[in-house]
Design a protein around this ligand. Sequence first.
Ligand code: FAD
Length: 432
Amino acid sequence: MGSIPELQPEITLSPATQLEPFKVLVVGGSYGGLSAALNLQDLCHGLPPRCGEKPAEGEHLGGPQFAVDITIVNERDGFYHVIGSPLALASEAFAEKAWVKYDEIPGLRSPNIRVLQGTVQSVDLEQKVATYLAHGSTAPPSELRYDYLVAATGLRRVWPVVPQSLRRKQFLFEAGDHIRAATTAKHGVVIVGGGAVGIEMAAELKLVHPQLKVTLVHSRDKLLSSESLPDEVKDRSLELLREAQVDVLMSHRLDRTDEVKDDSGNKCLKVHFTNGHTLLADQVSMAVSRSIPSTTYLPSSVVDEEGYVKIQASLSFPSDTPNSDAHFAVGDLVKWSGIKRCGAAMHMGFFAATNVHQQMQRQTAGTEPKLLELDEIPPMIGLAVGKKAVAYWPEGGVTSGEEVMKAFFGDDLGFSICWNHLGLGGDILKAV
Ligand SMILES: Cc1cc2nc3c(=O)[nH]c(=O)nc-3n(C[C@H](O)[C@H](O)[C@H](O)COP(=O)(O)OP(=O)(O)OC[C@H]3O[C@@H](n4cnc5c(N)ncnc54)[C@H](O)[C@@H]3O)c2cc1C
C-alpha cells in the first residue's frame, strides 16, 4: 500500500452544465466503500485520488471539479477493522481501537458527506432509487435517490469470525465476554478450521494469552487447503503456528462436542473427531463456515448463483442491466479472480471512484470516459501468525518472519496501514 501524497488543490471550473450536485450512494462503509467515497471526494475537488499514483513534483493529476453529495449507508455505526478481528477478539485493548464510530473519523467530516446507519433493502436500477431501513427504526423504509451507486457490502460472516454487534458499545461487551470466557479456560480453546481466519484466530489468542492452551484442528493434511497457493505457503504457515506454541492437529475432522464434567466435576466440552481421537476444551470456535455475499438487496440479474456481483472489468454492473454505467461494485462481493483481500477492496474502490468521475465528465461535457479496468488478480496473501507473518505474491515468492509482519501489518494488525491509506485521519480533506 502506498503512502498518501501531500495534496494541494488546483482550482478548475465546474462544468457549466451541472445544475445540481451529483448524488452518489455508497452501500457499505468498510474498506471498499470508504475507498470509493473518499477517492471520489478527492476527484470531485480536483485533487489526485488518495489511493492512486503519487503525483511527481509539480505534476497535476486532478481533473474537473464537481459538486457531489456522498451518502454512505452501513449497518455498523463505525469503521470496523475486519482484518484485526482475531486480535480484537483476543485483546480488549485492541478491541477499543479496532472499531471507530463514523462521527469520530476526521476524514469523513465534510458537509457533502453523510453516513447513515442502517440497511439497504432494495435497489431499483432503472429508477436509481434504493430503499433503506434506519438502524433501530420502527418507521417504514425510506427512499434514497442517486445518480451513481457503489455496492460495497462485502460478505456476511458468522460469529466468532467477526463480531455480530452493530454498535460499538455493544461490540465491546461482545468482545469482552468472549475474551473472558476464553482466557479463564482451564482445558483450553479449540479452533476448528485451518484456513486464514482459523490460523490467525489461533495465533493471536496464543500471542495475547501465552498461558492458554490453544489447539487448531484442520480436516485436511495441509493448512489453507481451499486456497490455490503454493504448498510452501501452507507448510510455512504450519511451521510458524507451531513456533508460536499453537497445538495443531492436521487431518482431524470434527465429529461432535458433548458437554461433560472433568475430573474435578467442572463442566467442559469433550470434542470428538471422526478418527476416534477426543480432547477436552472449554471453548470451541468454528472458523469453517463459508461467508456469503451480502447482496440480497440487488436484483437477481446482477448476481451469480452464489450472490456475487457479475462486474465488468470497469467494476460496472453487467452491461445488459439497466443504467449499468451508473452502478458499480467493489470489494469482497464481486465475482473476480484472486483471494478476497482488503487491499483489493481499497484498490477497487479507487477504480470505481475514478470511473464514476469519468462518467460525470461524460454526462456534463460529453467526453468519452477513460475507464480504469481490473486485470486478472493472481492468488496472493499476507497472513499474520503471532509475532511473524508469511506472505506470498507471484513476483515476490514466499517470505516470512518478523520483518514481513512489520511490512504487512505494522504493530497493530494492519489498522494504521489501512487508516492511513484511506486518509481517515483527515489530512487530505483539510487541504480542500
Ligand atoms: C478474520 C479475518 C481476517 C482477515 N485478514 C485479512 C488480511 O490479513 N489481509 C487481507 O487483505 N484481508 C484479510 N481479510 C479479508 C478482508 O477483511 C476483506 O477482504 C475486506 O473486509 C473486504 O472489504 P469490503 O469493503 O469489500 O467488505 P466488508 O469489510 O465485508 O464490509 C462490508 C460492509 O457492508 C456493511 N453491509 C453489509 N450489508 C449491508 C447492507 N445491506 N446495507 C448497509 N450496509 C451493509 C457491513 O456492515 C460492512 O461494514 C480478513 C477477513 C477476516 C474475516
